[in-house]
Design a protein around this ligand. Structure first.
Ligand code: ZN
Length: 294
């Protein structure tokens, strides 16, 4: 009986599997890779994640942790994988002191030069905490419509060190208010972290694109809510692939590995008439330019 079930399962899953296995990941970059050690349950650790990513043919990964810097972890993990670029960053949540310029300064100065991204608060952002309706403490980025103390210094450190400013779990209104402030400090590359997860409207997405921000579309959200793929396809076609990157956001316990996420994402976009040039722009060229790769 078990054998029959197994055969049926293989017969059903094989055609999809085979189709996605054909997708070549050469040049593809995943800028949203979670792995352990972490305070949340993860499917693999950094070493396992980079080894799997290299074996699958990815060009680069960016390790993300909500509570600690990954610039040092990326430098160590990179030593295991000569054919994969490994980057990290720091998220300005409460565990590292919130909007803390010194955390950014140190992250950028760490040997190995793997620190590339500064995320504004994610799970501790005011928008995330208040939307969740909890009474948890949060880290604000704006107070009375003005950037909080220390944010200007954070922005100038991002600019000085050629880092990417990622908007974390800020609200779309905060993102739009902060883009010009960051530009004034010389920040060139702005990444709007999973823009649909932040409830941005189509109008706000168009404004972010017009302001030169790159927006992230993540597979995790579409994997858990397949209807979201319609929205992704619609904005790629109407706003243009040049304003987006695609990433996996995988690493959660029970979910597939990052390369599988990227493959499935690319296959899903292809099945919805997103062409190879658009996919290359979002999976290869835009992430490479954010990370300073050729
Ligand atoms: Zn994530």
């Amino acid at each position: 009986m078990k054998f029959v079930i197994l055969l049926v399962a293989v017969a059903i899953s094989f055609p999809i599997f085979a189709q996605n296995e054909e997708i070549d990941l050469t040049g593809v970059i995943d800028m949203h890779v979670h792995a352990g050690p972490d305070s949340r349950p993860r499917a693999m650790n950094d070493w396992e994640a980079v080894r799997m990513a290299e074996a699958a043919g990815l060009r680069a990964v960016l390790l993300k942790n909500h509570f600690t810097s990954t610039a040092d972890r990326a430098a160590l993990a990179a030593q295991l994988v000569p054919n994969l670029h490994v980057f990290g960053g720091v998220a300005l949540n409460r565990s590292i002191g919130g909007i803390n310029p010194e955390a950014v300064r140190q992250m950028a100065a760490f040997s190995g030069e793997r620190g590339k991204v500064v995320w504004l608060p994610t799970f501790d952002s005011e928008f995330y905490v208040t939307r969740a309706g909890t009474s948890d403490p949060f880290v604000s980025v704006l107070e009375d419509g003005r950037p909080v103390a220390d944010l200007i210094e954070v922005f100038s450190l991002v600019a000085e060190n050629d880092l990417v400013l990622a908007m974390g779990h800020s609200s779309p209104e905060e993102v739009l208010a902060l883009i010009p402030v960051a530009r004034e400090q010389g920040v060139e590359t702005i990444l709007v972290t999973h823009v649909f997860g932040q409830d941005a409207t189509r109008g706000q997405i168009r404004q972010m694109a017009a302001a030169g921000a790159i927006m992230e579309l993540d597979w995790l959200a579409a994997y858990t809510n397949p209807l979201l793929l319609d929205d992704y396809v619609e904005v790629i076609q109407s706003v243009g692939a040049e304003s987006f990157i695609i990433s996996s956001d995988f690493g959660q316990e029970g979910n597939p590995d990052h390369a599988t996420g990227m493959r499935d994402f690319i296959a899903a976009l292809r099945s919805r008439e997103i062409n190879q040039e658009q996919i290359d722009t979002m999976a290869k060229y835009n992430p490479a330019s954010l990370l300073g790769l050729d």
